[in-house]
Structures are given as structure tokens and as C-alpha cells.
Design a protein. Structure first.
Length: 216
């Protein structure tokens, strides 16, 4: 799998979905050295982001960083020479059936399109202080009510040690063949002194072919 690292994201080239490089726990915290308008990130801003990550969790630090960066676009070249067009921004439009956990912080939204994925692959990342069971029940109930067949995959195919190392607490998968929609919900472990967790929603059209959510 080839990948490009762009402004804090590792976005694989092909039919995988990327996730932020900003990580917590035993993992290093990475963020870009320049903002979208070309300004260099000051040491004070870097220190602020680190403090926010340690106190309130990586999701909150990521949300602050992406708010400062603003919306942006990029183009990546795939192995077959075709282009993948990517857009990023906290206010990007998303399907009306994509639910946001009550009170959650919008971290980032992205949409990638290519000839292989003409309908696009969308990602919504949110931060919440809610517990695993509450988040899992909310998305299971909301997606089921929207007509999806939802499967709770737990941490499969990972073992507990690997899931803990990667910061993955649970996964839900939903399919709605009537509208050709597929969604994956990745619930991550909490971090920070006042803990919050990242929740990632990845959606696509079933007819565009299989997609695998990239892990760190």
C-alpha cells in the first residue's frame, strides 16, 4: 500500500481510508510544521497543542489544529497513474444519515474520489468523552433505525494486546444494500488526563468495491 502524508493525515493511495497521525498513549504525537496558508507553526502553538493533547486528549488537540488550518484540498497519484482528489475540512458536507454523537467535537471531515471510487470515500472524525458502551449503542441504534444491517465486530481481527497498542476499543460495520451504502465505525480508546476518545466513521458505496480502514 502506497501512502502520502498530508497535513497531519496519513492517507493511503488506493481504496483505503486514512486517519490522523496525531496519536496518544504510547505513540508519538505528530503534527505538521506549517499551516495551510504557508505560515510556520510557532513553538508556542506546538506547546499549546501538546498541552491540550495531554490534558483533554488527542481528539481535542486535533480539532484545534484543523480549525486553525481551515479547509484544504490535495491530489494524490495512484500506482496506475490516475489521480485521487481529496478535500478536508471540519464543515464539509456529509450524507444526512451519518450520525454525530450528541455533544461531540467535530475533529475533521474528508472526502476522496478517484476513477476507482467515483462516488467517493468519506471520513468523519469526532471527539467525545462518552464511554465505549454508550458510543457503541448510539451508533448501533442510529444506523439500525436508518435501515442498516449493523454488525458489532468488537476488536476483530485484532487480539486484545494489538488492539490496546493501536488504541482500538471497538468496530461496527453497517450495510444498506437498498441504497448501496456501507459504513464502518471505529471507536478508539480514550486518552488525556480528562479523557476523550476519537470515533471515526468511514462511508462509501458498496458497488465501488471493498475498502479496508487503515490502521496505524
Amino acid at each position: 500500500m502506497n501512502a502520502v502524508a498530508l497535513a497531519g493525515f496519513s492517507l493511503p493511495i488506493g481504496d483505503h481510508v486514512g486517519r490522523p497521525l496525531l496519536r496518544s498513549a504510547a505513540h508519538a504525537v505528530h503534527w505538521p510544521s506549517t499551516l495551510q496558508d504557508g505560515r510556520t507553526m510557532s513553538p508556542r502553538l506546538s506547546a499549546l497543542l501538546l498541552i491540550v493533547a495531554l490534558m483533554f486528549g488527542v481528539s481535542q488537540a486535533s480539532a484545534l489544529l484543523f480549525a486553525l488550518m481551515g479547509p484544504w484540498t490535495a491530489v494524490g497519484l495512484q500506482h496506475d497513474g490516475t489521480a485521487m482528489h481529496m478535500a478536508f475540512g471540519q464543515s464539509l458536507p456529509r450524507p444526512e444519515w451519518i450520525p454525530v454523537y450528541p455533544g461531540a467535537t467535530i475533529v475533521q471531515t474528508s472526502l476522496a474520489r478517484s476513477p476507482q471510487l467515483p462516488s467517493g470515500v468519506g471520513t468523519l472524525q469526532i471527539g467525545t468523552r462518552a464511554g465505549l458502551d454508550d458510543v457503541r449503542k448510539f451508533y448501533r441504534d442510529e444506523l439500525t433505525a436508518a435501515g442498516f444491517d449493523v454488525t458489532d465486530r468488537g476488536i476483530v481481527p485484532l487480539n486484545p494486546a494489538t488492539a490496546a497498542f493501536l488504541g482500538i476499543a471497538g468496530n461496527l460495520s453497517g450495510r444498506r444494500p437498498a441504497t448501496d451504502d456501507h459504513i464502518e465505525v471505529v471507536i478508539r480508546t480514550p486518552d488525556g488526563l480528562l479523557p476523550s476518545r476519537m470515533v471515526e466513521l468511514h462511508w462509501r458505496k458498496i458497488s465501488d468495491g471493498p475498502i479496508t480502514v487503515a490502521q496505524p
